[in-house]
Write a protein that binds this ligand. Structure first.
Ligand code: AMP
Length: 417
């Protein structure tokens, strides 16, 4: 069922409780916390401008980091208020808490078009517990509820779910912001009846993380291209050698079942035909988490099994070229998960070649390309192709769950059209 969006509301003079995703990276500089990447703040500007123009009184709520119910000054949203004011070109008030009488009076004093940002909602443990009393306190600030934080919509927290329920029970409206609207359109509606061929590219570390997505997309896709460490569990399931690669021996059955389903449904299900491998050497050092640090030496490509002393790190050139050819023929593309450990430049070419092919298919062939969040977005941005694909999801876990077909609590809580 389609959800109400802010385009359907009349917010003039109303207090709009707006959940945003301002979980931005910060570093300490001369005793002050400084925002190092304000993308998430910029992304909310269209929603904010729209609501300001409509004369709404905006009360913004967000979380930052994991303060676990404590007031952690390094996780304060105060620097965000400053940056937001600069970007919007209008004053942004800041409340040093998110509930209570003081906050209620600040919200009450807001003029139409005024903006108030509340302090980190996770300073209260009750937020993540979706405590009804806390949600009730937040709801005292709201005539209308708007959620534009897709990345937090898979969590049933007070600010993402509880408040919306209370507002709706009072007969108030709960709507998606413009960012959320785009997420629902591209990860949802657009994939329901995709233009064909529909090519799905799935990578990343684990089959177990992606199996629900694979299972669901097998029913919709024409072709599924597998990459990343996930491919080695499929190889193991076929009795091939995987050396020291990241595999899930408990999930070989899952892998075989997916291949079987693909065969039954006539889906072209492809695994890599070559692999970039390297030999891990223990440096004797440990990382911050106390785990041993390895160096990877003797980087090479294999078309057969992975030797006992080696580990697979990416799809090889042959696979990348084959996948690129298939991607060039697609009309709809969905990509989730890198083709290898792309954070290391030696293992990035396979992922980069796929990113390049997705961008070309979009620009030259008019394919619709949807990047399903997390590391694939990072990979595309690493080579500056972000503006050459149709849509990049802002969610990580939320995108994955949505693609699995799960009902996200933060979406379910919005009013139906
Ligand atoms: P995911 O969150 O499941 O999409 O996985 C992304 C992570 O998987 C990235 O940090 C990659 O570095 C990692 N990854 C992908 N392929 C491999 C591989 N062959 N070996 C080790 N890590 C990998």
């Amino acid at each position: 069922m389609a959800k109400l969006t802010i385009r359907d509301l009349n917010v003039r003079g109303k207090r709009v409780f707006l959940r945003v995703d301002y979980n931005v990276p910060l570093v300490e500089k001369d005793g002050q916390m400084v925002i190092t990447d304000d993308t998430r703040i910029r992304e909310t500007l269209p929603t904010l401008r729209f609501l300001i123009e409509q004369g709404g009184r905006l009360i913004l709520t967000a979380h930052l980091g994991r303060p676990k119910g404590q007031r952690e000054s390094s996780m304060s949203l105060r620097p965000v208020a400053g940056r937001l004011a600069d970007l919007l070109g209008c004053p942004v008030n800041f409340a040093d808490d998110c509930v209570g009488e003081k906050v209620e009076s600040l919200a009450g004093e807001l003029p139409p078009g005024g903006v108030l940002l509340l302090e980190n909602v996770r300073y209260h443990q009750a937020e993540e517990k979706n405590d009804p009393a806390f949600a009730g306190q937040l709801a005292r600030l709201a005539d209308v509820y708007v959620n534009d934080a897709f990345g937090a919509a898979h969590r049933a927290h007070a600010s993402t779910e509880g408040v919306a329920r209370i507002v709706a029970a009072r007969g108030g409206q709960c709507a998606a912001g413009l960012l959320m609207e785009r997420e629902l359109k591209f990860l949802g509606d657009e994939l329901e009846n995709p233009a064909r061929p529909f090519v799905v590219i799935l990578g990343g570390a684990k089959v177990s993380d992606k199996i629900k997505v694979i299972d669901r997309l097998l029913e919709k896709a024409d072709t599924i291209l597998i990459g990343g460490a996930m491919a080695y569990t499929f190889r193991l399931a076929h009795g091939e050698k995987v050396g020291k690669s990241l595999v899930e021996p408990d999930h070989t059955g899952t892998a075989l079942a997916a291949e079987e389903k693909a065969k039954k449904l006539g889906v072209n299900f492809q695994l890599p035909t070559d692999t970039v491998i390297a030999t891990p050497v223990d440096t004797g050092k440990v990382n911050k988490k106390g785990r041993p640090v390895f160096e990877f030496v003797d980087v090479r490509t294999t078309k057969t099994g992975i030797p006992d002393d080696a580990e697979g790190f990416s799809i090889g050139e042959e696979t990348a070229a084959n996948y690129a050819r298939i991607i060039h023929g697609a009309k709809t593309i969905l990509w989730n998960g890198p083709m290898g450990m792309f954070e290391d430049a030696r293992f990035a070419p396979g992922t980069n070649a796929v990113a390049q092919a997705v961008a070309e298919a979009t620009q030259k062939n008019g394919a619709k390309s949807i990047i399903g969040g997390g590391d694939s977005v990072k990979a595309i941005n690493n080579i500056n192709l972000g503006d050459q694909v149709t849509f990049m999801s802002t969610g990580g876990g939320a995108s994955l769950e949505f693609l699995e077909g799960a009902v996200l609590p933060g979406v379910a809580a919005l009013s139906d059209k």
